[in-house]
Every structure is written in C-alpha cells, then in structure tokens.
Design a protein around this ligand. Sequence first.
Ligand code: ADP
Ligand code: MG
Length: 470
Amino acid sequence: MAVWDYEIFWKEAMNQIQQELEEQEFVMWFNLQYVRSEENTIVIGVPSSFYRDQVKIRYQSFIEGKLHDLSGQTIAIQFEVVPKKSNSQEAPTVSRGQTSGTAQERTTKATTETPAKGITIQQKDPHPLLRRDYTFTNYVIGDNNSFAANAALAISKNPGTAYNPFLVYGGVGLGKTHLMQAIGNYIYEHSNAKIIYITAETFTNEFVQALQANKTAAFKNKYRFVDVLLVDDIHFLQNKIETQEELFHTFNALYDANKQMVFTCDRPVSELKHLSDRLRSRFERGLTVDLQPPDYETRLAILKKKAEARNGAIPQEVLELVSKNITSNVRDLEAALTKLLAYTELVQKPITIEIAQQHLKDVFASPKQANMSIEVIQRVVAEYFSLSYNDLKGKKRTQNIVLPRQIAMYIAREITEYSTTELGLEFGGRDHTTVMHACQKIEERIRSDPTLEPMIQNLIRLIKDYRTKN
Ligand code: ADP
Ligand code: MG
C-alpha cells in the first residue's frame, strides 16, 4: 500500500505564506492544523464550518498553488472540522471570538480562566453604545469587503497609529455600521480606551441642543477627549454648517492627539454636497475603503451565520434559494431570513423550498432584486459579443452594437417581469417603443435565421449560471 506524506510541503507552504501575509491576516485565517495525507490530498483541520467556508473562499486555491509550486505535483486540500478540545489553549482572534461570541458574552462580568496560562480575565459589561453582536467574529468576509475588514482589524489592533481617519463608504445595508462597531467592540475588549459611537444625526442634534442651552463647553469636552470616535453616516452632515464646523475642530483635536477616528458614508466623500472643503479634506486624509454588495458565496455564508445565530433550522437549499435571489444587500437578506424564521416558528416545522419560494415571491420579484438581473443580462450579453457593458447600454447605434442590444432587450422581456417602459429606462433611458421594436425585430430574425434561437437559449443559460455563481 502506498503511503503519502505531504506534511513537509504543508509546513513549508505555511512558512512561506506566513511571510507573505500581514501578521493579522495570517493569525486570523491560518488557524489550520495538518491532519493527514491521502492520495494527492492533504486533510486539514479547521475549528468550525464557518471558518472552513471562509478559508475555502479566500485561500484554498492560493494554498494549493503554493503546494504545487513546492512539490511539483497537484495536491488538493480537504477540510475537516476539528472542534477545539476544551482544555487546549485558545487560538488567537477568530476562535477566541467564536467561543466568547454567544453564551459567554451573555454572562457579563463572568470570570474566565484561561487554562493554558492560568490568568484570570475580568470580562467587562458590554459597551453601552455598541451592539454586542457587531463583532469581527460575526462579520463574514468575502471579496466585496475583505480589504475593508482587514484594514478595520489592523486599525483595531493599533488604533490611532496608521490609517487615521478610517473612512468606510458604501450603499445601504452593506455592513458599514457593523464594521465600524466591530472596531469599537474590539478596542473596547482589549483596552481601557474611551470610545464613543454616534451617528452624525445624533451628533448634530446634541450639538444644536448644546448651543441652545449654552452648554457647548460640555459638548466639546465630551468629544474632544475620547480615544476613539466613531461617527456613522456622515452624509447627514450635508448642509449642517455649524455642526460641520464643530466636527472640524473635534477632528483636529483628536487627530493631533493621535486618537483614532472612523467615519462611514453612503457615497464617496467627493460626492457629498454642501460640505466645507476643509472638513472634506480631513475626511479624506487617512484611509478610505468601499464596501461592495456581497457575491453569492458570501451571501450564503452570511445567511448561514445569521440563521445559526438565531438558532433557526433553515434547510441548506432554502438558504441557497434566498442567496441566489436576494442580491441587493445584507439587510434585505436578513429581512428575508426573518420572514422564514417567523414562518418556521408558527408552523413548527422546517420550511420547504416551495414554501420559501411562495413566501418570498414578492421580495424576489421586487425591482431592487430584479435590477441586478437586468444588469446581469446586459453584462453577459455584452461579454458574449465582446462589447463593453457601457456600450451595450449606451447610445451608439453601430450595427455591431445594435443587434446585441436588441437581443439583450428581447431576453430581458422574456425572463423578467419588467415592462417595456421600465426596460427602456434600464437600457440607457430609452423609450418603451424602442424596446417593443427591438423585440419585434428579434422575433422576425428568429423566424428567418435558424441559428438565432439556439444562441438566445444559450445566452439565457449563461445568465442563469451567472446568477448562481455570483
Ligand atoms: P450599513 O450600515 O452599511 O447600512 P449595517 O452595518 O447596518 O449596514 O448592516 C446591515 C445588516 O447586515 C446588519 O445586521 C449587519 O450585521 C449585516 N451585515 C452586513 N455585512 C455583513 C457581513 N459581512 N457579515 C455579517 N453580517 C453582515
Ligand atoms: Mg449604517
């Protein structure tokens, strides 16, 4: 019987990867244990299925590439969930968060023994201004947010040193507040820093009240002597001239004292209107990152995590259905999950895929979700004909663009619920008669050109696959 032993390659791969990655990233995601070798395979132990899914998405092909370089052969990695032995020392960051995440977090002021070192840690009450579930442990990382999340983690470990201020922008429901509060929770847990989280709106209201009550000194003291200031949704400051002025001075005081500031905004700061130039330039002084909508894999990972956290028994295929159809943002994903959990609780049995489909029919068909699919149709068709997405949607009327554009309109009409008026808008603001005309043209061509129908069917398949993969 042949014996395979790739452990040496594994060790060297880990050595090299450790040198290539930032320390915090390595510590967070390479809590991996060599278990055994099998034919062309290394089996690796991971602490949880969540961790496994994340490592798979982020690093599997990277690690396999390394193994290939080192060994000259194709070695796949396979994961096995190896739950932590209760008396082993806790691994840093992630597993730590995972064990302290739920049950323990609820027991505030509990005294925990860290067995390996025998140190007694006094756990704190939760921070009054932060949601305790908004932690890094609960933040699922995908391609859409990995840069932002890693930067946030780096900042949490060394607040006020690099990346000041840290500014996160992105559309509604993409996890800005969660990430910002994760920074707050992390620093709170690991230090005695004084942390304030506040929305720009509350900041404004408090300031106006302080002005009216002649208590601006107290207001200034409150905000200019913190260690970490988290101001959420700064787009609210547009037009608020006096509050901007106040925040500008707060900013300078904190900046000079190397205190960490974090801001979030629903758009790039450059697109804010009625914001003083000097405050704008302060916002842009540090590190700015954006959050994108999550892809399919990440949506699924988030849903699983949220369902687990709420002890909801939702079958995998239902979670997949929801992830496929809800593409807009994480908040909408959660809303769908809440609906399903409510149903499950009422009828006291697990939900089926048919019932889920029926319950979420309106959500799935809402223009917000459908929007994505028009874009997907346009992108897939553009790519198929080697055109740019913008050209396909745009005004150019050259023949090589007109036909693909008509095909895209025809497909959109076939596979979505959009009216011709709505489709006109989606296709660069055209009139509904243009869409009708396009559909007629394609129908005529299908009758005269036998290759067209199979091509369209093929495109529809590609579009559906695209949605599944993304
Ligand atoms: P925003 O502030 O950008 O509007 P939030 O931070 O309020 O968005 O996020 C909306 C919801 O989605 C929250 O419940 C949050 O926990 C969840 N969420 C967003 N991104 C993630 C993620 N990457 N992993 C887990 N949950 C997320
Ligand atoms: Mg928010």
